[in-house]
Ligand binder design. Structure first.
Ligand SMILES: [Zn+2]
Length: 285
């Protein structure tokens, strides 16, 4: 089994630095798509585990729209990673969700429109099945780890991924709700699709950060996070959820891989000779 990699969102690097100060810095990795975000390597429960800060390590200096997803996923695959756990703090569209609650999504609406979302740019590879979107075995491990913290955890939900960097308009939130979205964020697409193209398992742990625009009356407050979309009691709930990060990651890193089809997603193309066993040669096919 290859190592687990965690792709962390905003603030996750601070947690890593606090909880795992001994992590080895592998730096930015060169890839055919340019340099990846910085990668760290550490031991968790005796398992080699990698950590990539999606938005950079010194704050939110690369917003979701401008993340080099292809470089990041490529770099992790090259480092031997077979399982990716994404850590994401989306907003809630489903009103029964609570701020700070963990959600392990099981479906995705891709509302992005300006991202490089495939490695197969040559046109010779066609379909990659997207049901289930997220690896069921890794999802199960993530669910168990979230529940083990004692925090409220929801099994399943549809994550809508918008382009950003702006937040959604009230009408867009209404549209996403009609379309079945429970959460709205900006990071899981195309990350999950790219991981699947390289036959890696991918699942996400979301912690609800705020209610999406128009779900609750939130007056504009200048100079604070999300300009008032989040009040101080909600910030405490988010902080409590984020505090569970290290425990969740350690448990998932130690989990035995379950039964899934992720590693065999491209077998049809291998059988017909379009691609071989070396995944590096798949790029651009
Ligand atoms: Zn899998």
């Amino acid at each position: 089994m290859g190592p687990l990699a965690v792709i962390g969102g905003s603030g996750a690097y601070d947690l890593l630095a606090r909880d795992y100060s001994g992590a080895r810095n592998l730096g930015r990795r060169e890839t055919p798509f340019g340099p990846s975000a910085p990668v760290r390597e550490l031991e968790l429960n005796g398992r080699r585990t990698l950590f990539l800060s999606r938005h950079g390590e010194t704050g939110y200096h690369c917003t979701a729209r401008f993340v080099n997803y292809r470089a990041n996923v490529y770099a992790l695959r090259e480092l031997g990673v077979t399982r990716v756990l994404a850590w994401s703090g989306p907003g809630a569209i489903e009103p029964s969700l609570e701020i700070g609650q963990y959600v392990v999504p099981d479906d995705l609406l891709d509302e992005t429109h300006a991202r490089d979302d495939t490695y197969f740019t040559g046109g010779s590879l066609g379909f990659v099945r997207q049901s289930p979107v997220f690896c069921p075995a890794l999802r199960e491990a993530a669910l168990e780890a979230c529940r083990a913290t004692g925090a409220a955890t929801r099994d399943g939900g549809t994550y809508a991924c918008t382009e950003g960097p702006r937040l959604e308009t009230p009408a867009e939130v209404r549209k996403l709700r009609i379309m079945g979205a429970d959460l709205v964020g900006m990071t899981l697409a195309p990350e999950v699709f790219l991981a699947k193209e390289l036959t890696m398992c991918y699942a996400a742990v979301c912690y609800v950060t705020n209610y999406a625009e128009s779900l609750a009356h939130k007056p504009f407050v200048p100079g604070v996070l999300f300009e008032g979309l989040l009040d101080s009691s909600e910030v405490a709930c988010v902080d409590a959820a984020v505090a569970g990060f290290a425990q969740i990651v350690a448990q998932v890193a130690a989990a035995e891989p379950g039964d899934c089809h992720c590693a065999r997603l491209l077998d049809r193309y291998k059988r017909r000779g379009t691609i071989g066993e070396d995944w590096r040669e798949w790029i651009g096919r």
